[in-house]
Design a protein around this ligand. Structure first.
Ligand code: KIV
Length: 298
């Protein structure tokens, strides 16, 4: 039976029913299709693609055009999951009108159904403007990677009473602005639990413990494909990097030894015409049949 298309409303309903919300990132068609086949609720085209897909040191380098390019690819592979486009650095904090236009590009060009923005209470006017344009918004507080230089690194947030209070207030303000869910990244689980209990919209944790309403993880990280950084919360659910290495070595060795491609992986010429082509080949003078470098091809 075909699954039903997920909407932001259905994601909120899952919290009401006490059901976990299962989400992950994806950046291209093939991965998105596999994720969607597995019945995930939400796929985030995360700006983490800057690091895991494009090889930059942080998420600040990816731009709008690149995000749209990847969002388009993801949306071609997805039938059921809700697709959320991650608004990149400088695309929404400089100018509110630009924020609305850039959010709109994710929907109109990228095929996303919602956007995600990083930030707390200070970003509420921008969130309101985007929602006023009928675009659904996901919030993101805690370790917001676009502020990596402000934080002085990819550091756990909300570890003091003051910082924890701010996170709780931020979450409440984001809810009041109308976001449909909030990502809580790299904060103590006790604070994530308090936030989850204080809002009616779902919290989606990454490094925020088990009391969140759902979880998100970077797909290349959890598959063991991208192993440059290993935060405490990251668990490898697969070892695809090693699988790929072993497949590539097998291919290299089989080509070297002329084992691949074998007959099973080659196309056959029609048997009844094989004699004809072989006879022709034995007799033909290929130099006469072909152009030489003085002949102009018209
Ligand atoms: O860019 C990303 O992948 C994210 C998730 C980690 C939430 O923002």
């Amino acid at each position: 039976m075909a699954l039903q298309k997920i909407t932001t409303g259905k994601i909120i309903d899952k919290k009401k029913r006490g059901e976990k919300i299962i989400t992950i990132t994806a950046y291209d068609y093939s991965f998105a299709k596999i994720v969607d086949d597995c019945g995930f609720d939400l796929i985030l085209v995360g700006d983490s693609l800057s690091m895991v897909s494009l090889g930059y040191n942080n998420t600040l380098s990816v731009n709008m055009d690149e995000m749209i390019h990847h969002t388009k690819a993801v949306s071609r592979g997805v039938s059921n999951a809700l697709i959320v486009g991650d608004m990149p650095f400088l695309s929404y904090k400089v100018d509110k009108n630009d924020a609305v236009k850039n959010a709109g590009r994710f929907i109109q060009e990228g095929g996303a159904e919602a956007v995600k923005v990083e930030g707390g209470t200070e970003i509420c006017p921008t969130i309101k403007a985007i929602i006023d344009a009928d675009i659904q918004v996901m919030g993101h507080i805690g370790l917001t990677p676009q502020a990596v230089y402000k934080f002085g690194g990819f550091l756990v947030q909300g570890k003091t009473v003051e910082a924890a209070k701010k996170l709780i207030i931020d979450a409440k303000n984001l809810e009041k602005q109308g976001v449909f869910s909030i990502v809580l990244e790299s904060i103590p689980w006790q604070i994530a639990k308090l936030i989850t209990n204080s809002v009616d919209i779902p919290t989606i944790g990454i490094g925020a413990g088990s009391y969140c309403d759902g979880q998100i993880i970077v797909i290349y990280d959890m598959l063991g494909l991208s192993t440059d950084i290993k935060p405490k919360f990251l668990k490898y659910f697969g070892n695809i990097g090693d699988n790929i290495r072993s497949a590539l070595k097998n291919y290299r060795d089989e080509v070297n030894q002329s084992l691949y491609p074998d007959k099973e992986h080659s196309y056959e010429f029609p048997t009844e015409e094989l004699d004809l082509i072989n006879e022709w080949f034995e007799k033909v003078d290929l130099d006469k049949e072909t152009v030489n470098n003085k002949t102009r091809l018209t």
